[in-house]
Design a protein around this ligand. Structure first.
Ligand code: ATP
Ligand code: MG
Length: 425
């Protein structure tokens, strides 16, 4: 028998309701315009991929792969996973469609990601990211471009106090020298390592530095720093990046503990962090991942990118009191039976003459008073009243809803000019 009772959305997965969507749209439009102005191109990937893709790219010993993926066996018996992030899919797609060989790419995507985490403010099981990935550019200028682009976005959104944390993980070679030094250090402090860290000590010791466990923080603070083990190539790359950022007036804090939770990063890593969001303060994170394309079966391709968490950024916008006006420009009152029938085509012809103007037509009739109430509630600036009287006289009445002014009646032939004047001021 079918279960009865209320059907609810899945825990940690939220609807975006009509009152909230204007803010989403404002954010999405701002981002799209910005990306276009830097000549980035959109790529759209499926939200489901083979599980193997994420295990091979993100890394077996990461929070995501170990405990956060939505993995299931489909009807063919294949193991599939709802994407927890977009980089792996983007690289998979680029290899599959030959986007990388002898080419440079600046790509972006936007959409839902899925991670089975403990839901709390700023942490959801379905959340949304804007992801930016670049391919075929090995030097620090593109790393800088990514950061400059973020900085410009915060300004466009009107967000202040998002600070940049910057680090370098060096080349694979310098990382492997450091890895040994770190393992020795961690082995000397085994008594303070928690279970996760003990496991990582063997498999992925750098990730121990990423631990948020308070009892381990002083040990982590005192750990040897990768900065001291950088080879020339790593150092030069980092110096160039800092040079460009300094010249552009971008402030940053060098944070040697910033290692990022995914395996594929090397050289530049960065996070943009706000203190206004509590523990979920990182709104954007990324870096360089030169090895990933090859690791997934493509040819060696330098790459760098980042992802922003849309919910966290929207929460900052909300806290800043950001309002987005989504009201129609004009509300159409159709008063009387004939007007209700003929009004629709009248509004259609108005739409032809006033492109870019939004109209909300009262459907379903109702008294003048109740239609007027709806007009007011819609937030529209203007109510157009088309009653049977007006129809007979080829006229229409205009009522300004946001200022004290008498309703006035104009000939239909003069309406477009009259509306243009009102809409413009
Ligand atoms: P965190 O340390 O907060 O778990 P992460 O390192 O797992 O973040 P990334 O994989 O780098 O996050 O994802 C990039 C951005 O996506 C994050 O900085 C954050 O803004 C957002 N994000 C990640 N996981 C979630 C989530 N579960 N809910 C909401 N936003 C998220
Ligand atoms: Mg996480």
């Amino acid at each position: 028998m079918a279960k009865t009772g209320k059907i609810q959305s899945i825990r940690g997965m939220h609807d975006v309701l009509p009152l909230q969507s204007p803010l989403w749209q404002f954010f999405e439009t701002t981002v799209k315009n910005l990306l276009q102005s830097y000549a980035y191109q959109e790529i759209r990937m499926p939200v489901v991929e083979s599980t193997d893709l994420f295990c091979r790219s993100i890394g077996e010993v990461t929070d995501i792969v170990e405990k956060e993926m939505y993995t299931f066996v489909d009807r063919n018996g294949d193991s599939l996973t709802l994407r927890p992030e977009g980089t792996a899919s983007c690289v998979r797609s680029g290899i599959q469609h030959g986007l990388f060989h002898n080419q440079q790419q600046r790509l972006w995507y936007m959409g839902p990601m899925f991670r089975h985490e403990r839901p709390q403010k700023g942490r959801y099981r379905q959340f949304h990211q804007v992801g930016i990935e670049t391919f075929g550019m090995a030097s620090a200028d593109i790393d800088a471009e990514l950061i400059l682009m973020c900085s410009r976005l915060w300004k466009l959104l009107g967000l202040e106090n998002i600070r940049l944390e910057l680090n370098t993980l060096g080349t694979t070679e310098s990382r492997s020298v450091y890895r040994q030094v770190l393992v020795d250090y961690l082995n000397q402090h085994k008594e303070v390592l928690d279970d996760d860290s003990l496991r990582r000590l063997e498999s992925n010791p750098l990730r121990v530095l990423d631990s948020k466990n308070p009892t381990m923080q002083s040990m982590i603070e005192a750990a040897p720093s990768l900065m001291d083990y950088l080879d020339d190539e790593s150092r030069q790359h980092f110096d160039q990046l800092k040079h460009i950022l300094d010249k552009a007036g971008i402030q940053y804090n060098i944070n040697p503990r910033l290692v990022r939770g995914l395996d594929y990063y090397g050289k530049t890593v960065f996070e943009w962090v706000s203190d206004a969001l509590g523990a979920q303060g990182t709104v954007c994170a990324g870096g360089r991942y030169d090895g990933l394309v090859e690791q997934l079966g493509g040819r060696e391709t330098p790459a760098a990118g980042f992802a922003m968490g849309i919910e966290r950024l929207l929460s900052l916008l909300e806290d800043a009191g950001r309002q987005v006006d989504n009201a129609p420009h004009i509300f159409i009152i159709l008063q009387g039976q004939q007007a209700q029938l003929d009004g629709m085509s009248f509004v259609e012809s108005l739409r032809n003459q006033l492109p870019g103007t939004s109209f909300q037509t009262n459907c379903g009739g109702g008294s003048f008073k109740s239609q007027m109430k709806k007009a007011d509630k819609s937030g529209a600036k203007i109510a157009l009243i088309l009653g049977d009287d007006e129809l007979q006289n080829n006229a229409v009445s205009i009522k300004l809803l946001r200022q004290k002014a008498e309703q006035k009646t104009v000939a239909q032939s003069e309406l477009v000019t009259a509306l243009n004047t009102i809409l413009q001021d």
